[in-house]
Design a protein around this ligand. Structure first.
Ligand SMILES: *Cc1c(COP(=O)(O)O)cnc(C)c1O
Length: 388
């Protein structure tokens, strides 16, 4: 594991050579870890098509290794399509999983050989009919995000009733309706939260069958969690719960199962390295210190919004006396605070110039960093080669 390698490296006096990069902050990425995560998930789920959600981390080396390992891809834009195709992915393995697409982007995807598209509204279905004739389409249904640390809103999905109507209508528009998808919210900690949506999907399958259309594609989305401050249940437990629900609600007519993991594949492949810029107190009697890092909400740690994702932080003084801190970023924006309520405890010896490592940060960091707010550069990525 890249995280272990780096933490081990820090316990010695000389960090490993690959840590000697010039200027923080940066993400150290080990694409081999993403491929290993893919294999573990694919094995846990068995006979399930795995679409990596490219937005979690579109680093070409991750995409190349996943394509080699047999992964499919969930893409949301023409740029993500181009990245996947340029790294050897077959267009047949791409699913255009964004429910909000421009007509010209649908045409572009279709020209490049993409044949799977999602929709969640009549308007989008019409667009697909006009710009991707004959394509396979599936409908995203609303799902509850209860239990998820990074919930999704009602922005995506429609009711099961509307999904059934639209899917039944698809053949008359020259499209091939294949099934249903949903997403139970990212960093979903509760393996049983997929069950209500799988029940809804089974209802849609039965309803559409009344019109003589048989669906067979069930995409249960992403959401599979990784350990940040708190440990999470292993992926095998999520696979067991989901397979159990599918058997219960679909019975004999088991559909082809698909998943769209993002975070689970790439988070553990990355470690962020950052420098302490300032340690201060708001009064001479305050016990809580403020620790300002050279990375913050705008530099890649966007998921600390609402203190939703609580990263584990490693310092060179771990194990020594420590005390409570608030953690903030370097910009002049007052929302650039990562943790003020979550009790973080860091060593008293921590000082400006120290490097800290923020673990499991390979997902939703580089792609969330601003292009240069306040003059701070976008988050850089360095990939670790085969021999590291
Ligand atoms: C972002 C996204 C995912 C990945 O979600 P994770 O919680 O990172 O696994 C899957 N499917 C769709 C449609 C997405 O937009």
């Amino acid at each position: 594991m890249i995280n272990d390698t780096i933490v081990d490296g820090l316990t010695g006096t000389d960090p490993p050579a690959f840590l000697e990069f010039p200027e923080t902050p940066y993400l150290l990425l080990d694409p081999k870890v993403a491929a290993a995560q893919y294999k573990r998930l694919a094995e846990a789920f068995q006979q399930t098509q795995v679409f990596y959600a490219v937005k979690a981390n579109p680093e070409p080396e991750i995409i190349r290794r996943l394509a080699e390992a047999g992964s499919s891809f969930d893409v949301a834009s023409t740029v993500e399509i181009d990245i996947c195709l340029s790294q050897g992915a077959d267009p047949e393995t791409l699913s255009y999983g964004n429910t909000i697409k421009k007509a010209k982007d649908i045409r572009y995807a279709y020209q490049r050989g993409v044949r799977m598209f999602v929709f969640d509204s009549e308007g989008e279905l019409q667009k697909l009919a006009e710009n991707a004739p004959g394509a396979s389409v599936f409908c995203r249904i609303l799902a509850s995000s209860e239990g998820a640390q990074w919930p999704l809103s009602r922005k995506f999905g429609c009711t099961p009733e509307m999904a059934a109507d639209l899917l039944a209508k698809a053949p008359s528009l020259g499209l091939n309706p294949i099934g249903v998808s949903f997403h139970v919210g990212s960093q979903q900690l509760d393996p049983t939260r997929w069950d209500p949506s799988i029940a809804d999907a089974a209802w849609v399958f039965r309803k559409v069958a009344e019109s003589g259309i048989s669906l067979n594609f069930l995409d249960v989305g992403g959401g599979f969690p990784v350990s940040y401050l708190e440990p999470v249940a292993p992926i095998e437990e999520f696979a067991r719960a989901i397979h159990g629900s599918v058997e219960r609600h679909f019975g004999e007519l088991a559909p082809q199962l698909a998943v769209e993991p993002g975070r689970y594949i790439s988070a553990e492949a990355g470690v962020l390295r950052s420098e302490v810029v300032l340690v201060s107190r708001k009064s001479s009697t305050d016990t809580q210190r403020w620790v300002y890092l050279d990375i913050g909400r705008f530099g890649g740690l966007a998921e600390t919004e609402g203190e939703a994702i609580r990263y584990r932080i490693v310092t060179p003084h771990d194990g020594q006396a420590s005390g409570p801190v608030a953690l903030a970023g370097p910009t002049c924006d007052s929302v650039d605070v990562m943790y003020q309520k979550t009790p973080y405890d860091l060593p008293l010896a921590l000082k400006p110039g120290d490097y800290v490592e923020i673990l499991n940060t390979g997902a939703y960091t580089t792609t969330y960093s601003s292009v240069g707010f306040n003059g701070f550069a976008p988050l850089a990525t360095f990939c670790i080669g085969d021999n590291a």
